[in-house]
Design a protein around this ligand. Sequence first.
Ligand SMILES: *Cc1c(COP(=O)(O)O)cnc(C)c1O
Length: 387
Amino acid sequence: MVIISRRLEGLPPYPFAEIDRRVEELKGQGVEIVDFGIGDPDLPTPPHIVEELREQAGRPENHRYPSYQGSRRFREAVATWFRSRFGVELDPDREVLALIGSKEGIAHLPLAFLDPGEVALVPDPGYPVYRTAVILSGGRPVDLPLKVEDGFLPDLDAVEREVWEKARVLFINYPNNPTSAVADLSFFEKAVFYARRYRVVLAHDNAYSEITYDGYRAPSLLEVPGAREVGLEFHSLSKTYNMTGWRLGFAVGGAEIVAALGKVKTNVDSGVFNAIQLAGVAALEGPQDCVEHNRAVYRRRRDELVSALRSLGWEVTPPRATLYVWMRVPEGHTSGSFTRELLDRAGVVVVPGAAYGTRGEGFVRFSLTLPDEELKKGVHRLREAFS
Ligand SMILES: *Cc1c(COP(=O)(O)O)cnc(C)c1O
């Protein structure tokens, strides 16, 4: 008999368990499933990035332990990309940290800034890692509701003073998963204002900064003056360059904050394989038409899906960013019952909004990361089943 830690026991149950079971059951009956569930780019990593890995993997000097904070070469490439993309100067030695995917950095952040029982504010609905990482660190997550009437931005003015005073970390994420909402600089300014006032570490997850449409450009938190004194920002090569399997991301921000996260990491992992970092350099410094191509593909899929959903009488706003269409479920449904209905009547898998937190109830998330033919098949099935 094994005794599991209270921390682990305290994690919310795996939210997709029931849907997964039903999907397996239907597959067993020979039903072909169209999966709008997972957010994992179906397009391959651009060839020039793969080629760089192939070459660098063959070099013995890349086979040894990498630098904990990331190679100087990778950190410089990040700083250069950041300057050209956001107009923000970074010190590659003190303000940039390589990550084994941004999830890794997000998951380790609470260990650097939360003592047992201390509070982190987490968006609800939100990427589940913020909450679970806080719980695993022994901290206490407090929900920041994201409401449709506020454009899915948390109302920071409404957070009570006592909550601010207890808070040590605030997680935000725009462009947002799962709601696909975007934020402008004035929202980040407000977040920085509160973070400075209450000495809260402001952690911005910018994993979707490059997945934007219709001329929208996502800002960086670090464009706000003074942001780096209280904040850091997580970036990922996963979605931008179709590199989810490679595990490469980075954190940028104030030197003290980056150093604290780095200190956790030196005690837990030993950095990113050098060959992968060099492939990341090729991604950041190489031609960016692959990113433009991704955007064009997702935009086309978005338009096709949104027009189909609307033709069925469902209420949906086309997202200006991210890989997701966040849709309110029809009257009389919960997110769970509607997910089940899509599955049973059309063989279509979506994620019930409630999987991302209690405020996700009443919504479902469609992902755009399935091949065009699959998406067409899914759209066709929806029209057949629900027209
Ligand atoms: C996909 C995703 C990430 C993580 O990506 P990595 O592959 O770990 O870099 C981080 N945040 C959000 C909101 C995501 O959707």
